[in-house]
Design a protein around this ligand. Structure first.
Ligand code: ADP
Ligand code: MG
Length: 251
């Protein structure tokens, strides 16, 4: 579903990704762990074409990210929005960034109508279904300012799901939350990851979540994938010294 090959990324004169290879199968749940500054967010953002890459290639569901085929030729695509919508990628960030002037339900049903041209009544019905699924049916008409951080993040997840993505990318979705609100968001993500068909990539520091939910754990350090394997392998019995050092610092 996601095929990352030999990706280099530079910010100005600083290289932050070095020949990253990563493949994610359809329906798989992958957790990316690693120290701050190791390039996890940058890698996730390149998959969504929020960042251009300097070498290598990324394809999602067989389509090159950042390019569009037209008359049998590939054309560079500048606009990430159009690209990710076409590829069916949803992304959830550390900061939930809900529209403050819209209710929870309006936040969730806005884009399907505006961007995909879905029927408004159907989008609302599906939005309510998604809010129910994240445990917020009773908050459909609440504004973000009336919701806790955990509730806002669950709305943000429902909002991303409303676009019916094939791939969901999460970048430290619980890092901005008070500790007592982390569990409710992880529970929603777990439910999602266990839904057949959807491919989930999560950058997280929640090792318990990674151990329980990930099919595969990827450890990144200094712009490289250092080690990957099952949670038992990477978290329980890491082979690389840098993975061992990282885990002993966080566990
Ligand atoms: P992580 O998510 O693992 O903490 P990031 O992908 O955010 O790592 O950052 C990787 C490196 O790239 C860091 O050294 C960071 O300072 C740098 N970096 C991230 N975003 C930018 C940017 N927009 N401009 C310049 N440097 C950046
Ligand atoms: Mg990051």
């Amino acid at each position: 579903m996601i095929d990352i090959q030999g990706v280099d990324k530079w910010y100005g004169s600083t290289q932050v990704l070095f020949g990253v290879d990563l493949q994610v199968a359809r329906g798989e749940t992958v957790c990316i762990i690693g120290p701050s500054g190791s390039g996890k967010s940058t890698l996730l953002r390149t998959v969504n074409h929020l960042e251009d890459i300097n070498a290598g290639s990324i394809s999602v569901d067989g389509q090159l990210v950042g390019y569009r085929e037209h008359n049998g030729r590939l054309h560079e695509l500048r606009e990430s929005e159009a690209c990710t919508q076409r590829l069916g990628i949803g992304m959830v960030f550390q900061q939930f960034n809900l529209f403050p002037h819209m209710t929870a339900l309006e936040n969730v049903s806005f884009a399907p109508v505006k961007v995909k041209g879905e029927n408004a009544a159907e989008a609302r019905a599906y939005g309510l279904e998604l809010l129910t699924r994240v445990g917020l049916a009773g908050k459909a008409n609440s504004y973000p300012s009336k919701l806790s951080g955990g509730q806002q993040q669950r709305v943000a997840i429902a909002r991303a799901m409303a676009m019916r993505p094939q791939v969901m990318l999460f970048d430290e979705p619980t890092s901005a939350l008070d500790p007592e609100l982390v569990g409710e968001v992880l529970a929603v993500m777990k439910d999602l990851a266990r839904t057949g068909g959807i491919t989930v990539v999560v950058v997280t520091h929640e090792m318990g979540f990674a151990r329980e939910v990930a099919d595969r754990v990827v450890f990144m350090d200094a712009g490289r994938v250092v080690e990957q394997g099952t949670p038992d392998e990477v978290l329980g019995n890491p082979t690389h010294e840098r993975t061992q050092a990282f885990l002993s610092a966080v566990l």
